[in-house]
Design a protein around this ligand. Structure first.
Ligand code: HEM
Length: 306
């Protein structure tokens, strides 16, 4: 009999104000088993002793090497740049290991993320990192509420997690993308035009009625319906950056990769030639997919002492 999978519950730990996103590249000639053991050991006492939430992910092919039956067969890396309408391109910057530490304040996040980087040092080096923070409780740096249409915690596990009994049960597919905003251009737009770009009102986040919803609004492009069913994802985006250089760290979880990839294609204007208006005011600098194995799956690879 299969036992019930336990997910990495940090995926659902809303409310933390400070975030560290780290992406690591493997050192040469490290054994995949040794890498996964290091990653599995990260969870150990950190969440209780360090008072942070941790989510750890792996390049899908890397996890597949050690646990071939414990990942959906079709999940892949962000293998190549996504080319959309008129050459518009989203870059592929896939790395091998992903860690996300979230906590109430940046001092504890910093300490936990530093100790994670130390723990992974024998097998990997930091390829890229970003510090995220929550802006005005629930807003993106465009000034719009981000997450209005996000599923509540009642529905989120059913949307973000692979169901028990399927390959990769309790796991999740993550799309991670750093978007840099062109704030001067964005702020130059009248609020009414900004609202057309998003497809919702700015202050109260009220969705435009269907007959007034622009076809190229962000909401139009990311509302995905297939065979009469709306395919949702669970977003945990944060703001990042400084006064002169900032944007959104897009952090989207789903139980299959297809819906994430389709949303990106629709934003880029692949297929029907309508490009998301939002992509004229913010630019993706990175793009990667990570598989987030169930905690119960990762634990199978942990050191006996951990
Ligand atoms: C700079 C990048 C982005 C910004 C600033 C942004 C911002 C927003 C905002 C303000 C909304 C409306 C409020 C809400 O429902 O949360 C929204 C909705 C949404 N976004 Fe994004 N977003 C970004 C990138 C993406 C990407 C890359 C995806 C998917 C791959 C995505 C998927 C969605 C979805 C699924 C919705 C809900 C659509 C619906 O109403 O059903 N977003 N986003």
């Amino acid at each position: 009999m299969r036992s019930m999978s336990v997910p990495q519950i940090g995926i659902f730990a809303l409310g933390d104000g400070s975030h560290s996103f780290l992406e690591f590249a493997l050192r040469e000639n490290v054994r995949p088993e040794a890498v996964i053991r290091c990653v599995a050991d990260l969870h150990g006492p950190r969440t209780t002793v360090d008072a942070v939430n941790l989510v750890a992910g792996l390049r899908p092919e890397l996890w597949r090497t050690v646990a071939p039956a414990d990942v959906p067969p079709d999940v892949t890396s962000f293998e190549r740049p996504l080319v959309g309408l008129d050459g518009y391109t989203m870059p592929a910057t896939q790395a091998d290991i992903f860690t996300w530490v979230a906590g109430a304040s940046y001092d504890i996040v910093f300490d936990a993320a530093t100790s994670i980087a130390d723990s992974l040092l024998p097998v990997a080096t930091i390829e890229r990192e970003l510090t995220g923070w929550i802006y005005q409780k629930n807003r993106d740096l465009t000034g719009f509420q981000d997450g209005t249409k996000n599923p509540s915690l009642i529905d989120a596990p059913g949307i973000a997690l692979i169901a028990d009994g399927l390959p990769g049960a309790g796991g999740s597919v993550l799309l991670l993308q750093q978007w840099k905003h062109h704030t001067d251009q964005w702020r130059g737009l009248p609020v009414g035009t900004q609202e057309q770009v998003i497809g919702r009102t700015k202050t109260d986040s009220i969705e435009f009625p269907e007959d007034r919803m622009p076809a190229d609004s962000h909401v139009s492009r990311t509302t995905l319906e297939e065979r009469g069913i709306e395919l949702d994802i669970f977003r945990r985006n944060t703001a990042y950056g400084s006064v002169s250089d900032h944007g959104t760290m897009f952090v989207g979880f789903a139980k299959d990769q297809h819906r994430l990839a389709r949303m990106l294609e629709r934003m880029a204007g692949v297929g029907d030639g309508v490009r998301d208006a939002l992509t004229r005011y913010t630019t993706p600098l990175t793009g990667a997919y990570y598989f987030i194995p169930a905690l119960s799956s990762l634990n199978g690879f942990a050191s006996p002492a951990a």
